[in-house]
Design a protein around this ligand. Structure first.
Ligand SMILES: Cc1cc2nc3c(=O)[nH]c(=O)nc-3n(C[C@H](O)[C@H](O)[C@H](O)COP(=O)(O)O)c2cc1C
Length: 260
């Protein structure tokens, strides 16, 4: 019987949370959802966790899709962490419902606030602001680990009512169009054709035309391409040119590329 955390990440925040939580829990395998192959050998799981970023006030579709795989694994205790930038909204309630339909009970669900990687709306904050979020997240990870070790069943965390009322309908309207929202990505003149954007993309959505990236409308909107571009050459719409890039400072490109 073992413990595993399944994570999904764009700019490394969720991987950082998953890694630190695994350290606290001890003897816990870290498995990337993006790299999980359908039909992977069954693991005998006592405790399993899903750690993922909140996208558009809800659960990213690749994480929803993964619940089918999780169903086959049938963990005895299941928890989730929605890594967000302050607007958790109804994400964990939504996840609980999705898991219930798959015949799985979500025993606990937690919110962790990290810097934002949604570049069209601004940067991740100053280094001091980022550090304050990392410190608070570190403290909360210890608390979460204690609940998980004790296998506590607790109500999932929720955002305030106004967030759930205002934002949940937007998630349901926006999500079906996610894959095509990559029409707003482009590489500017700083692109040196290094190809890292394609390697880091969990959806294998980027190909090249004359060495320059082309987005093929299978986008998961994780922002890995934009945030990991060493030249800061990838833009989304008009605003991202004005804002600094971000990835979790303890996470390196090789950590995200590991199995891709
Ligand atoms: C497309 C997109 C949508 C996002 N939507 C939300 C949101 O609804 N609420 C929120 O608090 N943060 C939102 N964020 C910010 C991320 O959830 C947050 O920065 C998270 O820590 C990123 O984790 P990652 O580095 O593991 O991808 C969004 C980010 C992206 C790229």
């Amino acid at each position: 019987m073992s413990k595993a955390i399944f994570y999904y990440t764009g700019s490394g925040n969720s991987l950082w949370v998953a890694r630190n939580l695994a350290k606290e829990l001890g003897d816990t395998e870290l498995i990337s959802i993006a790299d999980w192959k359908k039909g992977n050998p069954k693991i005998d799981l006592d405790t399993a966790g899903l750690v993922f970023p909140v996208h558009m006030w809800g659960v990213p579709p690749p994480v929803i899709k993964f619940t089918d795989e999780l169903k086959a694994l049938q963990p005895k205790y299941l928890f989730a962490v929605g890594v967000n930038a302050g607007a958790l909204a109804n994400t964990l309630v939504q996840l609980k419902g999705v898991l219930k339909k798959a015949g799985l009970a979500l025993n606990s669900g937690f919110s962790i606030i990290m810097p934002t990687n949604y570049a069209p709306w601004g940067g991740p904050g100053t280094k001091e602001e980022q550090q304050r979020r990392f410190d608070a997240a570190g403290a909360k990870i210890k608390q979460i680990a204690a609940y998980i070790k004790a296998k506590e069943t607790r109500p999932v965390e929720k955002g305030p009512l106004w967030q759930r009322i205002v934002f949940t309908p937007i998630y349901h309207l926006a999500t079906p169009n996610l894959a095509k929202m990559d029409r707003s990505f482009r590489a500017d003149e700083k692109c040196n054709k290094c190809g890292i954007c394609a390697k880091v993309c969990p959806a294998q959505n980027i190909t090249f035309n004359d060495g320059k990236p082309v987005w093929n409308h299978k986008c998961e909107q994780c922002y890995a391409c934009l945030q990991w571009c060493p030249q800061e050459a990838i833009q989304y719409g008009k605003n991202t040119i004005k804002y600094p890039r971000y990835h979790q400072p303890d996470i390196q490109l090789k950590d995200v590329l590991k199995n891709r």
